[in-house]
Design a protein. Structure first.
Length: 455
């Protein structure tokens, strides 16, 4: 058959999305397709104007993987030609970033099949249905059916939405026994006041039960709306959801343990190159703001009568965190029971003396950490430095003292050497003076002797 798909974005005559590869591992099929030739010529130059429409031959009744080179357009359209009415193909494509994908056929929204972990989900098991789809929440991948019916024109659109994962304290079997999947969307739409076609359950997973669903934003026909405004509207919507879960207005088949949400804003394609150039700074800011924001919210639960505080998880309630030993914990429990009288007759028959002793014991032991008595001689208690090195009685490391001693010895040696050098120089000066004096005496005596002889 011939699969024809195209971009419906406003830039579908300008963007380059090719090459695009279609493959089917089951039959060993691979086909790489390119874009059409330019529609216009400006003299000897091409106009760089071509329609982003891509036809490709594919094997029928198989799953075809479409791998885009460029970013997948926000709006795309698919149909199957040249096949009988019973033929079909399942197209599978993965998005580069977290997106919420809305599937429509002739304007009607087709909600995804609920993926239950551990169960098989064949889109063609009960006969191929145009637009039937599965959205893999974690892998950012969608699969959808396209039949050979001429009226089967499937459109995919990336929409602004809130992706929510709601974790409940129950099992998957108990969740379905209580018809939790049936009443889930009804309760969401009733509390938040949104139409049912804007809420889609994507998957139901174990641990304990995690329901992945999407709340689409309201349609906005304003082309000048900014990403910040879109995210503000989505944040208001998710705040209302969190508030209703926390205060108990929104309750399901099992207690809510945690809630994780992510704001997803669809990219906004630009019309022409000139528009992108004139608004280059704004476009960069929009792209930065559009990054998904992920926050985990733990709903508040009613406080229990054990004094452990507000519980946010059933596991926390069952196994409270404590650093006290068994005896201390037991004493604390007895103290709280004595201080708060109950209607249990066994509690009221305890003698006052026993209660006073237990209370004193609890007051001494329940504090964590226990009070430390004042130190009588702090310097002698600590014999290790922060680096686990020995220190002296005044808290100075021995290494520092050793260095000071060595430096002092070296300086003292230099001083002694200098003094000896000075003294040696002085003694040599005296010897030189003595020799000079002796020579003078000899010279004088020689001169006088010569003078006598001459006379």
């Amino acid at each position: 058959g011939l699969v024809v798909f195209e971009s419906l974005d406003i830039d579908n005559f300008k963007r380059i999305l090719t090459p695009i590869e279609l493959s089917c591992a089951a039959v060993g099929f691979t086909n790489k397709i390119n874009t059409f030739m330019d529609h216009l010529w400006n003299g000897f130059y091409t106009s760089f104007t071509r329609l982003s429409r891509f036809p490709s031959l594919v094997p029928l009744n198989q799953t075809i993987v479409i791998s885009w080179t460029g970013t997948i357009p926000v709006k795309t359209q698919y149909n199957l030609q040249g096949a009988t009415n019973r033929d079909w193909v399942i197209l599978r494509q993965r998005y580069a970033r977290p997106e919420s994908i809305q599937v429509t056929v002739n304007g009607a929204i087709i909600k995804p099949v609920k993926l239950v972990q551990g169960q098989e989900h064949d889109l063609t098991k009960d006969g191929p249905k145009c637009g039937a789809n599965k959205f893999f929440f974690q892998e950012q991948t969608i699969e959808f059916v396209v039949t050979s019916d001429p009226n089967c024109i499937v459109r995919l659109e990336q929409v602004n939405s809130v992706q929510v994962s709601l974790r409940m304290d129950t099992t998957v079997e108990q969740f379905f026994e209580k018809k939790g999947d049936v009443e889930f969307i009804d309760k969401i739409t009733a509390v938040l006041g949104v139409p049912a076609d804007r809420v889609r359950i994507v998957s139901i997973r174990k641990g304990s039960v995690i329901v992945d669903f999407v709340i689409d934003a309201a349609k906005n026909e304003n082309p000048n709306i900014t990403t910040t405004e879109v995210k503000t509207a989505l944040k208001t919507q998710v705040d209302n959801l969190i508030k209703t879960v926390e205060n108990g207005t929104l309750s399901f088949a099992a207690p809510v343990m945690s809630l994780t949400y992510q704001l997803v804003v669809a990219p906004q394609p630009k019309n022409t190159t000139e528009e992108t150039k004139t608004n280059e700074t704004k476009v960069q800011e929009e792209e930065k703001v559009e990054a998904p924001v992920e926050v985990k919210v733990v709903p508040r639960q009613p406080a229990t009568n054990t004094g452990t505080g507000t519980a946010t998880d059933s596991s926390t309630t069952k196994t409270p965190t404590t650093t006290q030993d068994t005896s201390t914990t037991k004493t604390t429990t007895e103290t709280k029971t004595d201080k708060t009288p109950t209607t249990d007759p066994t509690t009221t028959t305890k003698p006052p003396v026993t209660d006073t002793t237990t209370t004193k014991t609890n007051e001494n032991e329940s504090s964590n950490p226990p009070a430390t008595p004042p130190l009588k001689n702090p310097p002698t208690i600590s014999t290790q430095s922060p680096n686990n090195k020995p220190i002296n009685s005044e808290g100075v490391p021995w290494l520092v003292i050793g260095i000071v001693i060595v430096v002092s010895i070296v300086v003292l040696g230099l001083i002694v050497l200098l003094i000896s050098h000075i003294m040696a120089g002085a003694s040599k000066s005296k010897e030189a003076a003595a020799i000079r004096s002796n020579l003078d005496d000899k010279f004088n005596s020689s001169s006088s002797r010569i003078a006598i002889e001459l006379k």
